[in-house]
Design a binder for this molecule. Structure first.
Ligand code: ZN
Length: 256
């Protein structure tokens, strides 16, 4: 079984299209999405439709939830982006021709976790699937890592921090930095438990502006792939929308 796992698209259509084209060349059996399809980016509706049509499993992210219900716990810029995103979804859904095809209905029915055998899929963490961050520096917080690992059968796949990598039980954080000009780093999964952050398609924050996603092969190794996309185009769109902070576009070129 070969699964492509994408996460944190954040309304970035250029990045999502580039990643889906790459996935098509990889001949995977299924595409999973770990949430945050919307929020921050200029094309929420288009991204929800593509994810709905292409992914066999989609989880709810905190930004998706914020766009559906009352946004809670976001900074000012993120909340303004979420309110703008909600308006876009509502404008789409209010059109009579979309009455049987409402994007808010699709988002509203998404699960928060998904389990297959000893594989767990969440947006944030096994402990708080929607909102808990597991950052690389959390390896120094033994108690936190221990508590979360207790809830993981074997491997947990997650997103939310936009920083790809593998957490081991030691605990250690293994970072897959893909050199310029190359497209992937292959990492074997530890024998014991692991948490795997698949990175972000639409807003990478590990210093590499290329879109990031992961391919899980035979439940034994993970290929972290980095895909170039025209981020200047996404940035231009963000700058043209008053409710989206210019910084949300500027950060794409820096991967932060
Ligand atoms: Zn996110």
């Amino acid at each position: 079984m070969k699964r492509a796992i994408i996460s944190d698209i954040h309304g970035n259509l250029e990045a999502l299209k580039a990643v889906l084209e790459d996935i098509d060349r990889q001949r995977v059996d299924a595409i999973f999405c770990l949430g945050d399809v919307v929020g921050y980016g200029p094309n929420p509706c288009e991204c929800v439709k593509l994810v709905r049509d292409r992914c066999s499993m989609v989880l709810l992210g905190n930004h998706d939830q914020g766009a559906l219900f009352d946004p809670d716990g976001f900074n000012v810029g993120a909340e303004r982006a979420i309110r703008w995103t909600r308006t876009q979804l509502e404008l789409h859904d209010r059109m009579p021709k979309h009455s049987a095809d409402r994007l808010t209905d699709f988002l509203g029915e998404l699960p928060r976790t998904h389990t297959e055998g000893d594989l767990l899929f969440v947006h944030g963490s096994a402990r708080r699937p929607l909102e808990e961050y597991v950052f690389p520096e959390d390896i120094y917080n033994q108690l936190k890592m221990q508590h979360i690992f207790e809830l993981v059968g074997r491997y947990c796949f997650q997103g939310h921090t936009h920083i790809p990598g593998i957490f081991t039980t030691s605990p250690e954080f293994l970072s897959p930095s893909v050199p310029k000009g190359e497209s992937e780093v292959v990492m074997p999964l530890p024998r014991e438990k692991a948490m795997v952050n698949v990175g972000s398609v639409g807003q990478p924050r590990d210093g590499d502006p290329r879109a990031c996603y992961a391919i899980l092969e035979d439940d034994a190794r993970v290929r972290f792939r980095r895909i170039e996309y025209p981020f200047a185009e996404t940035c231009r769109k963000i700058h043209a929308i008053a409710d989206l902070d210019n910084f949300l576009g500027d950060r794409l070129g820096q991967g932060r």
